[in-house]
Design a protein around this ligand. Structure first.
Ligand code: ZN
Length: 253
């Protein structure tokens, strides 16, 4: 079985469509680790596209806030503005869909899906130090997480050492249309893997991120793909979304 692993779409339709085009024919089933909406200009269209592909979706903190299940009070001012805007444009049906999304962890054959971490859906796993407790406790060899918008993740080997999963990058790399980096799972090592963010990457590469996991080959491919960024930015400007949210997309921060 080949799984398309998506996370943090954040209402970015052009980014999402570029991922779907790039992944076409390469997966059998799709899953989403949360934050379908928030920040970007196309919440309804992104939900519609997602629902055409999969029902295997867990909620993220922005999904909770944008459907009114949680307050946006602890968000920064730009995220808060984007949340209120999203609430104002979401259809009733899509608001209900977001409110009904289950919290992680969700267990599938061979792996687990979480938004933040297996212990807390809102936890940020940014460093090997953050990852260590989760990796030590994790039952399955493989957990997919999102929330940080950083493609990669962490591995815990037989000797108990936790290391960052390195994805090769060069300075000019982000100029290319697309890229794939592969990771083969090793026996005795546990993995916390982040496919990266579709709609708002923060790891310094502006291109949309996703991963494909092939459970027969025990291989994860980390993809990056260019998309029509000016179109997304134009829609955000027209919607009156905050400028820093528009600019950060091209920096990938
Ligand atoms: Zn997010």
């Amino acid at each position: 079985m080949r799984y398309l692993i998506l996370s943090d779409l954040h209402s970015g339709l052009e980014a999402f469509e570029a991922c779907l085009r790039s992944a076409a024919g390469k997966f059998d089933s799709a899953v989403c680790l949360g934050d379908v909406v928030g920040y970007g200009p196309d919440p309804n269209a992104v939900i519609a596209q997602l629902l055409e592909r999969t029902g295997l979706v867990i909620r993220g903190n922005h999904d909770r806030a944008c459907c009114g299940l949680a307050s946006a009070e602890d968000f920064n001012p730009w995220a808060k503005t984007a949340t209120y805007w999203t609430r104002s444009v979401l259809s009733d049906e899509n608001t209900a869909f977001l409110c009904g999304l289950p919290a992680g962890p969700k267990v599938l054959p061979g792996f687990e899906m979480v938004h933040g971490s297996p212990r807390d859906e809102d936890e940020y796993i940014m460093s090997a130090l953050d990852a260590a407790p989760a990796l030590q406790e994790q039952n399955l060899q493989l957990v997919f997480f999102g929330h940080t918008h950083y493609q990669g993740g962490f591995a815990h080997d037989r000797r108990g050492a936790v290391r960052r999963i390195g994805i090769e990058k060069s300075g000019e790399e982000a100029a290319y249309e697309s890229r794939v980096a592969s990771l083969t799972l090793q026996d005795g090592t546990r993995y916390l893997v982040n496919p990266g963010s579709v709609g708002q990457p923060r790891d310094g590469d502006w291109r949309a991120a996703f991963a494909i996991y092939d459970d027969a080959l025990r291989q994860i491919d980390f993809h990056r793909v260019a998309y029509d960024l000016p179109k997304t930015q134009e829609k955000m400007a027209r919607a009156g979304l905050p400028e820093p949210l528009i600019l950060r997309l091209e920096a990938g921060r």
